[in-house]
Write a protein that binds this ligand. Structure first.
Ligand code: DGT
Ligand code: CA
Ligand code: CA
Ligand code: ZN
Length: 590
């Protein structure tokens, strides 16, 4: 069955390819709108009759027909035609920040650029400088962006890896004879990008498990097929390693393959200092010559807990295994003694989140109505929802001017009657313009219950300008939260590089929260920022930036990132109870 995500990806590719080929903007936009429409559908698009599809906002006769063509044949003939006309590598050229479709087309047709490699050659030969509007500065920025794209190559985003791993673990785990199965590696540690997937299993019939693994429909190529280890490449280009270990050694192996490498090194050093040896088979007493004797029985191996315990440590959450001081922090008794007398510092967990403070309805670029969003928040057990559609400068996202905003505020407040148990706030995600001023005047902002201020444009600003710009928003008395503070896109663009320490200090002083945007494309603040901001005493808002119903599920990525940043629950806005959150909000509404 064709999934909506696959269909949406085809429309997105049609848009990109026709843009490169110079199609008119209406056609390009129609493909983009179709992609958004299909993504937002509750039912599978390919199973909806053409007549009904045509009536859906964002779809028409031609796009509806393409959906059915894809459902029947697994492709779209127009897409195949365009693919044949455009070199495949041009898509990565177009993905470079600062290269639009017109430029990509000119580079291709006039300079013979077909991928990143030929683009670099064209830059170095001075050919790109001959194109219109290509000054020294824009070429320097382009070179930086190419280096960034190359460093991202081959790594996939957390939000792409995790659904894949969940499905794989569930599917293989259901086979008879599989005793335990789990994913390890950087995915288990919750990194924002993942190099490859590492799956670990214990099974009574390893050969059978390996065969099932290598014969899955998802597999494009088998890179290696062994008795205890196999590697495959999926059709989406992800490498997956599967290892089978004995059940009584599962904990030691899980620890080893979860890493990180540097955490493992610290753990091995700790073992050696105690006259022990740690490897993927367990923790052993050393033999006469400092080695592990053949056939030695491990002191600990079955569970991670017992291995950590045998080394005098509490179990360390995978998100903390990065060699950032965790062995001291989790030394047995360390946490208890540090907080002796005081109440213990508890770290944030997924279940603590009870509020979504950044979401978009159909009034701007979301796909849900006010009532649909509120109902979903209520269903998830939240007590508070802040509706924050885009401000007027975001015209491509249908941002609201002052007149539409006033009506929208009334509509949001009217929903309170229909959802008496929910705390519903009329807010805005107001643009922080390039000079740090906000997209609405103060009297408009004061009429809103809740203000998220975010940078969306001018994301290649110099660090000093970027810092000053964000400082103006942080110190603004009506702003509650700075949304996705750097504007980075994971594997997409680096975003602003402000002096973060200045931002943390100002945010703390002015009682402004910094957002950890949970969407896997953003994860902004990043883990290291969260940690520094938490140390500086800031409040962090963990939001999903909801545009469609499934975006609420992005929360797990935000919470993993918060865990990596060691965010105490008390410093997360969304974990406050309804009353405390409202009291915090009112401090910005004198
Ligand atoms: P990735 O895949 O690049 O996102 O990062 P990881 O951390 O998943 O790394 P990967 O897949 O190469 O290996 C998985 C784990 O196996 C890694 O976190 C630690 C362990 N490991 C792999 N190679 C070594 C090694 O040479 N030394 C040690 N101590 N551990 C290793
Ligand atoms: Ca890995
Ligand atoms: Ca690996
Ligand atoms: Zn937003």
């Amino acid at each position: 069955m064709a999934t909506n995500a696959e269909i949406a990806a085809c429309f997105e590719e049609l848009a990109v390819l026709s843009e490169i080929l110079g199609a008119n903007v209406f056609k390009v936009n129609a493909f983009r709108r179709a992609a958004r429409a299909v993504e937002g559908l509750a039912q599978e698009a390919a199973s909806v009759p053409v007549a009904a599809l045509k009536e859906i906002d964002g779809l028409g006769a031609s796009t509806a027909a393409k959906i059915h063509e894809f459902g029947a044949s697994g492709t779209m003939s127009e897409l195949e035609e365009l693919r044949a006309q455009v070199p495949a590598g041009l898509k990565e050229v177009l993905a470079i920040q600062g290269i639009g479709p017109k430029t990509a087309r000119a580079m291709w047709q006039e300079l013979g650029v077909v991928d990143l490699a030929t683009l670099k050659v064209a830059i170095d030969a001075g050919k790109v400088a001959t194109l219109p509007r290509m000054g020294e500065k824009s070429i320097a920025k382009m070179k930086e962006a190419i280096a960034f794209a190359e460093s991202a190559r081959g790594r996939i985003r957390l939000g792409e890896a995790m659904p894949l791993a969940d499905a794989l673990v569930a599917e293989l785990g259901a086979l008879s004879g599989v005793q335990r199965i789990a994913y390890a590696g950087s995915l288990r540690r919750g990194r924002d990008t993942i190099g490859d997937l590492d799956i670990l299993a214990a099974a009574s019939d390893p050969a059978e498990l390996m065969r099932a693994f290598c014969e899955r429909g998802e597999v494009a190529r088998v890179l290696g097929h062994g008795e205890t280890k196999s590697s495959v490449l999926t059709k989406s280009g992800v490498q997956v390693d599967l290892r089978v270990v004995p059940l009584d050694r599962f904990g030691a192996a899980l620890m080893y393959f979860t890493g990180s490498k540097d955490h493992n090194i610290r753990m091995r050093e700790r073992a050696i200092a105690q006259g022990l040896r740690l490897n993927e088979y367990g923790l052993f007493r050393e033999g006469a010559h400092g080695e592990v004797p053949d056939g030695a029985v491990p002191i600990a191996a079955a569970t991670e807990e017992e291995v950590y315990a045998a080394l005098g440590l509490d179990w360390i959450p995978p998100t903390a295994r990065e060699d950032r001081g965790e062995l001291d922090q989790f030394a047995r008794g360390a946490r208890e003694s540090r907080v002796a007398g005081a109440s213990a510092v508890r770290m944030l967990a997924l279940a603590d989140i009870r509020a979504e403070l950044h979401c978009h309805t159909r009034a701007s670029d979301g796909s849900m109505t006010i009532d649909e969003i509120v109902a979903e928040a209520e269903r998830r057990g939240f007590h508070t929802i802040a509706i924050t559609d885009h401000s007027k400068s975001q015209f491509q996202a249908n941002g609201l001017d002052e007149t539409r905003l006033r009506a929208h505020i009334e509509a949001i407040h009217a929903a309170r009657e229909r959802f008496p148990k929910m705390q519903i706030w009329a807010g805005s995600e107001v643009d922080i313009l390039s000079d740090g001023s906000l997209d609405y005047a103060d009297d408009v902002l004061a009429a809103l219950d809740w203000v998220v201020a975010s940078p969306h444009a001018a994301l290649k600003q110099e660090p000093r300008l970027a810092t000053d710009r964000l400082m103006k928003a942080i110190t603004h008395p009506l702003v509650h939260v700075i949304g996705h503070p750097t504007g980075r896109i994971v594997n997409g663009r680096p975003g602003l590089e402000p002096v973060m320490s200045e931002l943390y200090a100002a945010a703390k002083e002015h009682g402004t929260a910094l957002e950890l945007n949970s969407h896997h494309m953003r994860l902004d603040l990043r883990d290291v920022h969260v940690r520094a901001a938490a140390d500086a005493g800031c409040m962090i808002a963990i939001n999903c930036d909801v545009h469609a119903i499934n975006d609420f599920d992005e929360l797990r990525y935000g919470v993993l990132t918060a865990e990596r940043g060691l965010l105490p629950v008390a410093q997360c806005l969304n974990a406050l109870d309804a009353k405390a959150l409202d009291a915090w909000r009112r401090k910005k509404r004198p």
